[in-house]
Design a protein around this ligand. Sequence first.
Ligand SMILES: [Zn+2]
Length: 403
Amino acid sequence: MARTVKRAFKYRFYPTPEQAAELARTFGCVRLVYNMALQARSEAWTLRRERVSYNATSALLTGWKKTQELAFLNDVSCVPLQQALRHLQVAFTNFWAKRAGYPSFKSRKRSRRSAEYTTSAFRFRDGKLTLAKMSAPLDVVWSRPLPPGASPSTVTVSQDAAGRWFVSLLCDDVIEQVPAPGMGSVGIDAGLDSLLTLSNGEKIVNPRHERADRQRLAKAQRNLARKEKGSANRAKARLMVARIHARIGDRRRDHLHKLTTRLVRENQTLVIEDLTVRNMLGNRSLARAISDAGWRQFRTMLEYKADWHGRNLVTVDRWFPSSKLCSTCGALADRMPLNVRSWTCRCGTVHDRDVNAARNLLAAGLAVTACGDGVRPQQETSRTGRSSAKQENPRATKGIPVL
Ligand SMILES: [Zn+2]
């Protein structure tokens, strides 16, 4: 069976100085329009209890462009500005559905610099990509092929904190759905010592370079802290920090992509735990380990890849003591401090703490699937149907043993 999915293909590109200036202007206008529309919507709600629709913000934008102070909004392509209003609409929809917090203002320094172009605002022909308001195509490094005959529906241009430029093309791609060998299933536990522990006993560790990079990052951050505010040296030090961050992020993403692809290929049912529960337990070192491991990123990748390949992904709440529960006989151990890495049950089974937890997770997940309640509602997203990291799903809980 084959399935057509929307898939983003991301590449680096090198803009000319004119293109870089045009894009920087566009990013600025996108941020401004988003913030002004958010301000208008917030005021309407707090002062008059009115909900402002996307169409109403669109009309506001038309008005702003006619004023003298905001006439510069006419200098950039109007499409990314409209898209910013759509993104705001999605943010509000997610807020009303209680999937996300109240939308926040975009900051000049901290927010992602990006602009989204739809088909009317770019041309993709003979392998060349040209954006609105530009005469020459972008100098894109086509590091991997697009699907044959691809025709992008959306193009997103962005620049990261390290100054690198990226373009992401959203295309239709055909995925061959092949059932997993043996229709196997796996429980995946976010461990302490290792990045992940699987119910089959396999432990997956963090990328080898992570520790060295982290030390380099700490050094660069100390260096930055010593530099005088507003100085050229401080700007240089900040760029160095951003570059190390970018490298850590790249390597982790690469590692997680390989990992999630393998897990989805090998298994028909994948069971993961909901870590928001664990974070609420307030163990700081654990929370840190989880964020280091990029659990959210892992989960997002696993979600869309499971969907692409026709796999069942089950998320379970962990309100039951999976570490203390023997996966062999079901007996409950008395205490299980975090420093206990292995233990022996009364039935005689010797357990590795994390493997035992992953096994219990798998059993709980399969119980959920058996009850036919493993399906979660789709989230509202701007275009890809993918979940973004900010949103949380309502979780399937039915059928999990409550102890
Ligand atoms: Zn036992």
